[in-house]
Ligand binder design. Sequence first.
Ligand code: AN7
Length: 344
Amino acid sequence: MTYQGLIHRYGQYLDLPAHTKPISLLEGNTPLIPMPRLSRELGCELFIKFEGLNPTGSFKDRGMTAAISEAVGRGAKTVICASTGNTAASAAAYAARAGLRSIVLIPEGKVAVGKLAGAIAYGAEVIQIQGSFDDALSLVVEITQKTPIALVNSINPFRIEGQKTAAFEICDDLGSAPDWLCLPVGNAGNITSYWAGFKQYQKGLPQILGVQAAGAAPLVLGHPVEKPETVATAIRIGRPARGEQALEAAQESNGRIIAVTDEQILSTQRVLASEGVWVEPASAAGLSGLLAESAVGKFEVKGRRIVVVCTGHGMKDPSIITESFQSPKVIPADYAALIEVIET
Ligand code: AN7
């Protein structure tokens, strides 16, 4: 039978209410891409779980199929979320599929163009907040407490249920959990989901390396960040909703949460692209953390099996590339000009 999406494939492992009415865009089932060159350089067995290949281009679709399926089954008519962009696009797509109204709150001017375009294309009502993601999240929590509008941020437990499926897929593909799992951490829903998923699936437990951006690293600093700033706008979050659980996941797994600079993130984005995997800046954070730690001898990579989660596609944030690269040469449309430019 052809693939029918995550609730169909893993529903028996997901704690979803009986009223859940599956709404799917055939999310999940993403590739675990071997990285032979990086593996050779590091002396380990490295794989990228490429979540950018989900229907709306990020891992958010895993949780959204669950959250929207539950919401529509209980009779919700409108859903809302705060978002740094990917949640907005995903909520908009699944709401559209379910015939629901969707409202998304985003921090003004801080959402990558591919995400904003997606949210608009799928028909969300997009509202820009003169504030941060954290401010937007406080507002959606308040409105969902006072009105029947359904919240689809990862505070919603069904989002976590759906996102556990990535851990299941990794175990199914490898036969067991890897030694290490490295991933970016923003609002901390995903690290919480992976840890819950690995614990539940009982195919072994990885150590977890969670990676924040230095300008938005509340879990490394140990306190909220009032004005988070980073080029990785997806993880520009100063008060993670599931921060406690993220710290627990890191500690219980015998792993840790660290921060990397924007320069490290962007250079790792280029490293990944140079092996054929183009991810958005936030998605390079996991590998960036691994490279930084192993460079200073804090991470024994030799002989280990490591999965790095790349959470969103590079096409989400094209301006990062076009702003930092020289624009392509322009030549007359003739052969002599072409051969000259190629051979010099
Ligand atoms: C590409 O879309 O928070 O730690 O509002 O888009 O589970 O928050 C996005 C987060 C990593 C961090 N990588 O995951 C949102 C939003 C990408 C992301 C994260 C996000 P969490």
